[in-house]
Design a protein around this ligand. Structure first.
Ligand SMILES: Cc1cc2nc3c(=O)[nH]c(=O)nc-3n(C[C@H](O)[C@H](O)[C@H](O)COP(=O)(O)O)c2cc1C
Length: 170
C-alpha cells in the first residue's frame, strides 16, 4: 500500500516518534510510506467559497502547502492521522489539513486509516477519536488502528514497539 502519514505536530518530539515507529513497521511489511509534516506547513482553513466545486474543478483557490497534501491524498491507499492533543482535539494544523480535503471530496483510493495521538495526560483523546471515526466513515475508509500515548508513555520504547507491530500487521 501507499501510506501517507499526516503528522500534525510542529515539534520533532512525541508525535514524530509515533509516526517514525509506524513508518518503520509499515516499511518492514513492504509498504511505501511518506510522512508529511503538516504541523510545520502553512495550511489555512477552508474558506467555503465553493471555487473548488465550480470554476476550480476540484482545485482549491488557496495556493498554500495544502497543494502537497492534496497530492498525497490522491495517491494514498491509506491515510494515517497523527497529532498531539491540543485542548482535547487534534492540532489546528491537522484539523485544517483534514477539512481542506473538501476540494476533492474524498481521497479516491484510500480504503484504510489509522490514528496516532500524543497527549500530556490520559483521558483527553475522546473528542479527537470521535472526529476521526466520523471523518473516516464519511470518507469511506476503514479504521486499521488507534494508538494513544499519554505522559510518560510518550517515546517509551515498548509503546513505540506496539506501534511498529500494529503497522506490520496492515
Ligand atoms: C496548545 C497545547 C494544548 C495542549 N492541550 C492538551 C490537552 O488538552 N490535553 C493533554 O493531555 N495535553 C495537552 N497538551 C500537551 C501535548 O498534547 C503533549 O505534550 C504532546 O505529547 C505533545 O506532542 P508533540 O511532542 O508531538 O508536540 C497541550 C499542549 C499544547 C502546546
Amino acid at each position: 500500500m501507499n501510506i501517507k502519514i499526516l503528522n500534525g505536530s510542529p515539534r520533532k518530539e512525541n508525535t514524530a516518534a509515533m509516526c517514525e515507529a509506524f513508518a518503520e513497521g509499515a516499511k518492514e511489511a513492504g509498504h511505501d510510506v511518506e510522512i508529511l509534516h503538516v504541523g510545520r506547513m502553512k495550511i489555512a482553513g477552508c474558506l467555503a467559497c465553493e471555487y473548488c466545486h465550480g470554476k476550480g474543478e476540484g482545485k482549491c483557490i488557496q495556493q498554500d502547502d495544502m497543494t502537497e497534501v492534496i497530492a498525497a491524498y490522491k495517491d494514498a491507499d491509506m491515510v494515517v492521522y497523527a497529532s498531539p492533543i491540543y485542548y482535547f482535539d487534534v492540532s489546528a494544523q491537522l484539523s485544517a489539513a483534514m477539512q481542506r480535503v473538501y476540494c476533492i471530496g474524498k481521497p479516491p483510493k484510500a480504503k484504510k486509516a489509522a490514528l496516532l495521538l500524543s497527549s500530556g495526560s490520559p483521558g483527553t483523546t475522546n473528542g479527537a477519536i470521535a472526529t476521526y471515526k466520523d471523518m473516516i466513515g464519511y470518507l469511506g475508509m476503514e479504521d486499521a488502528g488507534i494508538c494513544c500515548l499519554a505522559g510518560e508513555e510518550n517515546k517509551k520504547e515498548s509503546k513505540l514497539a506496539e506501534i511498529r507491530e500494529m503497522a506490520k500487521k496492515l
